[in-house]
Ligand binder design. Sequence first.
Ligand code: FSO
Ligand code: SF4
Length: 553
Amino acid sequence: MFCYQCSEAARGVGCDTIGVCGKTPEVATLQDMLIWLTKGLSYWTLKAKEYGVKDDEANLYVAEALFSTITNVNFSVERMVEFIERAIELRDRVKHKFLDAYVAKEGKPFDEKVPEAAEWYKPGGAEVYELKGMEVGVFLDKNEDIRSLKQLLIYGLKGIAAYTDHAYVLKYANDDILYFIQKGLVETLRDDITVDELINLTMEAGKYAVEAMALLDKANTSTYGNPEITEVYTGTYNAPGILVSGHDLLDLEELLKQTEGTGIMVYTHGEMLPANAYPELKKYKHLAGNFGSAWWKQDKEFEEFGGAILMTTNCLVPPKESYKDRVFTTGLVGFDKLTHIPNRTDGKPKDFSPVIKKALELGPIPEREGKKLVIGFAHEQVSQVADKVIEAVKSGAIKKFFVMAGCDGRHKEREYYTEFAAKLPKDNVILTAGCAKYRYNKLDLGDIGGIPRVLDAGQCNDSYSLVVTALKLKEAFGLDDINELPIEYNIAWYEQKAVAVLLALLYLGVKGIKLGPKLPAFVSPNVLKVLVDNFGINPITTVEKDLEFFLSK
Ligand code: FSO
Ligand code: SF4
């Protein structure tokens, strides 16, 4: 195996024996194979598009397959084999539809040379897929810069795929995004692609990352209302409990409906915290609050929680024996031997009864005291207090905003973010989204004239909300360039959704982003030079130096 797609890549180089995340070599190689096959599938979906043939299931499947390979989503050999076989099935279905359409229009059979990924097949299951997977991983490209850019593009596409898939789950669609994902994938099959072509594609990915986040914002807010400023309790009650983690709001809603009147209290964990701010979700009285913090602490927190646990998306940490029997997966999440709640069929909701049964069997969980967190500062809510914010900036009460969106992770270096937030002078406000917030959202950083010093817009995809807020401020201050605003960017990344968010910021013209806790292992020295020269991206250093850097600007 070789994987270097997240910030925790072993030795800052790559995981080559087992993933730091717990991904086994088998799964890593099968994921390489799946990505390669999605490129083959995309070759045909794009050809089919030219001839007016569209296969909605196959188009969405490309996004789902990519999503399943994001860090901490799926650790199951069995599920990976299923994904691979489905990719082959859909690839061949779309191929035949295209070949028929081609003959019908051109009056002769299609005879162009086809990439191997679009045709490869060998019977034999997991072992055969693994053998082929070893050939088609990241080292397929010998040139370091081409390899680096292709992977940067693919990781950005994975993030875009995840956000787009969430929107499709809520029945909000934009085929252009799906077709762009496919185009990006097919381009990475080319041996003759140039550095410039790849840089352009990466920038285009930034554009589609914005579109994907906008689509998901529309899907979430149209379905569940605009997030409202909400106080969320972080303790637990003496009643049976279910803890829901991941990003999928529809899963949470269906579970809330199915647990109504059962006496079960439902809590959010990690990236599900923002769900508490949506009117159509917070109306459920048994949505009792948030327990725990960021994903990487789940081994301790899930154990402590004592009730049933549902993982709707990443980030899953391989569960310990002590609580394994109370963890359930759903959607694209997978881990061998955990109970998986199957997908919706025939428009019916998912059946969460195994999770409910487990919570009831486990009985009441311990009661614990907890703080209250204030969340719900998405763009609509911020625009309602825009006058107050603008006034505070004009009067000098607010000196700067610091976008500290992104992810949290295990590494000790991330203590930087807690310290940075704590030491940030009191006339500065933090704008956050994603699980990065858990490094400082319980610090009691106070407020500035009633505006909290940590404005939490929501999940990592709600970084879009921060961008909307920035663009509104730009308009209000009559500025031409987003970089003239008193906004600094100190972003923490972990997995590939954060890569998509980063590409979105670059596409929007944001310059001078500080990135931590370390620069991606997949960025080669030359590609880094491009990022530094064109966008002024630079790594975090020490809290003192970085504070000086930002505050002296
Ligand atoms: Fe965090 Fe995990 Fe949302 Fe990521 S929970 S790290 S960027 O999956 O998706 O912020
Ligand atoms: Fe390593 Fe990250 Fe890849 Fe997991 S996802 S194998 S931790 S680089």
